[in-house]
Design a protein around this ligand. Sequence first.
Ligand code: 6PG
Length: 258
Amino acid sequence: MNYKKHISMIKQNEILVFQSIENLSEHLYELLRKKTVNSPEGRYVSIALSGGSTPKRIFNDISSRDEGGINWKKIRLFWVDERCVSPDDDESNFKMTQINLLENLDIPDENIFRIFGENDPKKEAIRYSQVLKENLPSENGLPGFDIVLLGIGEDGHTASIFPGNTSLFHSTKYCEAVTHPQSGQQRITITGAVINNADLIIFMVTGADKAKILERIVYDKRKTELPATLVNPTNGNLLWLLDAGAASFLGNHSNKFS
Ligand code: 6PG
C-alpha cells in the first residue's frame, strides 16, 4: 500500500514517513518543482546538498523522473560539506552528485558552486565562506539558503559536524575545515549558523540502521552532544523525510492516508 504517515511535531517541525524511497523522492521532487514555480522571476532557489549514500538513490530517482517539471535554470546548487579529495575521487560528494543528479539535468555550470576538495582545507573553508556570502541573499546577517538537505549518521552527526565537535555548530564562521574523528579524513563543512538560517531544512533519512539514532534525536532534544539535535531553524521550517525503516521506532501519532 502506498501510504505515508504524518507524525506532527512541535511548531514548524514535520515528519513524513514514506513506504519507499521512490515515494520519498517523488515528494521531494514535487517540493522542488513548487519552489521553482513559486520563486519570483530572476530569483534563484539556492539549495545546499549533503553527500553520503542516502542521496544517491534519491538524486537518481529525481533526475530520472524529471521531464521538465523543474526549471533547473532557477536553481543554484551548493554543498553542505565535502571530503578533501579531488572531484573525481569516489569519496567526493560532488562526484556522487554529478553521477546521480547533475549529468542527467540541464543545469547551467554557473549555477553549481562546488567545494574545491582538492584545495588546502583551511584556505578552502575561507574561500567557500566567501562564495556563500557573495552568492546567497543575506538573512539575519548570514547567508540564507532556501533549502538545506541533510543526512544523519548512525552516531548522530550531520553535515561534517561530529559528536565531540559540536562547538563547530556554534562557530561564527560560515565554513570550517574539520577532521573525521574515526577516519582522520579532512573535510569542509558549513556550520550550524548557516544551516539554522535556512528557510527550509530537510533531513532525509532512510534505512532501519538509522532507526535507533533517529528515535534519540527526535524524542530527546537533551542529547545535545548529538549534532543533529542542534539543527533547529531560526525562522524557517524543519521537514523530516523518512522511509518506514528509519522511522520504525518513532511514535504512531499519525493519520494514515493513501
Ligand atoms: C557526508 C554527508 C554526511 C551524511 C551522513 C549520512 O559527507 O557523508 O554530508 O553528513 O549526510 O553521514 O550518510 P549516509 O547517507 O551515507 O548514511
